[in-house]
Design a protein around this ligand. Structure first.
Ligand code: F6R
Length: 614
């Protein structure tokens, strides 16, 4: 959470910083700020709210900094202190000579603050970050070298941080360092780019160095020195990034979310290429590094994830248990890390994460790794911290997802889970040849089926219009689509702020049914298969309490016409693959409701895309 950027080189810095921050807005967007070095001073500009407010603020002062070639910037998701101008970064020391931007949390900031105040530091904000500004400034006063000051200061800091620091006395130097928060340096002929994430500089360069924890980089316009925390020089590992800048455009769609929903057929196609050719060919999954005997004899799998990724993991449980007969436990990472989990070298632990950065999942992964488990990571970011912890890494290749609400990464995670489960079933011999052929043939058809849904959205749009003013929304399903109900509800609440909840339909009568009356929409995810009739009965029960019934179905059953006020049809699909097909209309329904309500679809309030704090 929070995004940091920096630049030092030959180009004017302000636009580079602002464009970079715009690309990082998914990490937070409650305030922003930049600091630029001018001939005589470091000037700081900050604004509350969206980045456009900072742009307006800067427009008033462009004559002050338009010649500057060096600066740092920040976009904030508030943790310590309200999202105000005073709490916005960059933060400064007493005299304003030193400026810092920070992503992470300084855990011992209260102790540090008391200590620093006793030494005369005057705090202006309520943030943890300001301690860093004062601490490094005090160290600098002693050693007169910014790199050394940062190395000394970070030894006193506990917690997670990516830091970017400038000092007015060092007119050609930016010092950066990190621990448990991402930081990347982009290298180009014109200078050096610093960012929390690749999108901030990918349009300028694809050459990059990922900093490891505790490394300190000192950047000048023409030079870059990497050291460890004790000042020993390290040779940087330069990587060529696989990302394309074009992926970050809305491509004519009103919002990134809508564009990302429409990319899903191709996302599935891309995943299947090279892994699933024809219904009768075996799945190729070289990414799984567990040897086949170990896989055959696995007797336990744990899957850990948060939010939307957790819902993908829950469906993963259904399919791995169904296809392979291996027991699977799924748990929210934030719960997993604070109890005595039974994990050992005989357990396969699967971490699922779009960003590969989510703090809770990363901690959970590290804990299980320390206990000897094989770590398999399913992520959209093969360059992430989680990917670096992986023994086996399955990149889901959905392309950069900008909208805060996850859509295509979810479908990519699900597709990857199907491939993994089929791959394991083939090794274990736990499915018959005809079952496998049928399943793979159906998987190859998924992109077309999604295209059919995307080509006719009228019923979904009408439904959205009809229910946009509702206060609450209930989603019900059974079996493999129970997580679909949870994910449908999550999509709606996060972008429209409607109080939406997903229930296993059989649980309605154990309490939630009390809420039903003629104002309550109940959306039933009625996919043909094992639990269809059961869910139909649960829908009848809800209708009998006057709820406003909506069906999402692949059935032509005439009975549905009397029971449901709205029927959203999806193409025929086998039950085990129905979570992929069913999710698309639910994403669209959430999108159109939020759009009708005029909500900020891509950047919903209070959220950030990468949740890098616990
Ligand atoms: C919801 C959403 C979040 C994330 C969650 C985990 O649309 O995006 O619920 O799924 O914060 O993030 P990752 O998958 O990056 O670990």
């Amino acid at each position: 959470m929070c995004g940091i950027v920096g630049y030092i080189g030959s180009k004017p810095v302000a636009d580079i910083l602002l464009d970079g921050l715009e690309q990082l807005e998914y990490r937070g967007y409650d305030s922003s700020g930049i600091a630029v070095k001018t001939e005589t001073s470091i000037n700081v500009y900050k604004a509350e709210g969206k980045l456009n407010n900072l742009r307006s603020e800067l427009a008033l002062h462009s004559d002050e900094f338009n010649k500057s070639n060096m600066g740092i910037g920040h976009i904030r998701w508030a943790t310590h202190g309200a999202p105000t101008v005073v709490n916005a970064h960059p933060h400064t020391c007493n005299c304003g000579s030193l400026v810092v931007v920070h992503n992470g949390i300084i855990e011992n900031y209260k102790e540090l603050r008391l200590e620093l105040e006793s030494e005369g530091c005057i705090f202006k904000s309520q943030t943890d970050t300001e301690t860093v500004a004062h601490l490094v400034a005090l160290m600098y006063a002693e050693v007169k070298d910014l790199t050394k000051a940062v190395q000394l200061a970070t030894k006193k800091i506990q917690g997670a941080y990516a830091l970017c620091i400038m000092h007015n006395n060092e007119p050609d130097k930016i010092v950066v360092t990190k621990r448990n928060a991402p930081l990347i340096i982009g290298l180009n002929d014109d200078g050096y780019y610093i960012a929390s994430d690749v999108p901030a500089f990918i349009k300028h360069t694809k050459k990059a160095v990922y900093l490891n924890d505790n490394q300190v980089a000192t950047l000048s316009a023409k030079d870059f020195i990497l050291e460890d925390e004790n000042g020993f020089e390290i040779s940087p590992k330069i990587e060529v990034l696989p990302w394309e800048p074009v992926a970050l455009s809305k491509m004519g769609y009103k919002h990134f979310m809508l564009k990302e929903i429409h990319e899903q057929p191709d996302v599935i196609r891309n995943i299947l290429v090279g892994k699933l050719h024809t219904p009768d060919s075996q799945i190729i999954l070289n990414e799984v590094k567990l040897n086949k005997d170990t896989l055959k004899n696995l007797n336990r799998i744990q899957v850990i994830a948060c939010g939307t990724s957790l819902h993908a993991a829950m469906i993963g449980k259904y399919i791995v248990e169904d296809f392979c007969g291996i027991p699977v436990d799924v748990e929210a990472s934030s719960e997993y890390i604070y109890r005595k989990t039974v994990t050992d070298e005989h357990t396969l632990v699967i971490g699922v994460s779009q960003s590969g950065e989510t703090a809770d999942t990363l901690t959970a992964i590290k804990q299980s790794k320390a206990r000897g488990s094989h770590i398999l990571i399913i992520t959209n970011r093969p360059d992430s911290a989680m990917a670096r912890e992986a023994d086996s890494l399955i990149p889901v290749n959905a392309g950069i997802e900008v909208s805060v609400a996850a859509t295509k990464s979810y479908i990519a995670q699900l597709t990857s889970f199907y491939l993994l489960a089929i791959y394991m079933a083939e090794i274990k011999g736990s499915m018959s040849v005809s079952e496998l052929v049928n399943l793979k043939a159906e998987m190859l058809l998924l992109p077309q089926k999604i295209e059919q849904i995307l080509s006719n959205k009228t019923v979904i749009q009408d439904c959205a219009r009809k229910f946009a003013s509702t206060r609450d929304f209930i989603y019900i399903a059974r079996g493999i689509n129970y997580p679909t109900a949870l994910e449908g509800a999550l999509k709606l609440k996060e972008i429209s702020y409607i109080n939406a909840t997903g229930y296993p339909a059989g649980e309605l009568k154990h309490g939630p049914i009390a809420m039903l009356d003629e104002t309550m929409p109940v959306l039933s995810i009625l996919m043909k298969g094992f639990v269809y009739e059961k869910l139909l009965s649960n829908s009848e029960e809800a209708k009998a309490r006057n709820a406003r019934m909506i069906a999402l179905t692949n059935s032509n059953d005439p009975k549905l016409n009397d029971l449901f006020e709205v029927i959203i049809k999806v193409p025929e699909v086998i039950e085990v693959l129905s979570p992929i097909v069913a999710m698309i209309p639910l994403q669209l329904l959430a999108y159109y409701i939020a759009e009708f309500l005029g909500k900020d679809v891509d950047q919903p309030r209070n959220l950030a895309k990468s949740v890098t704090v616990e």
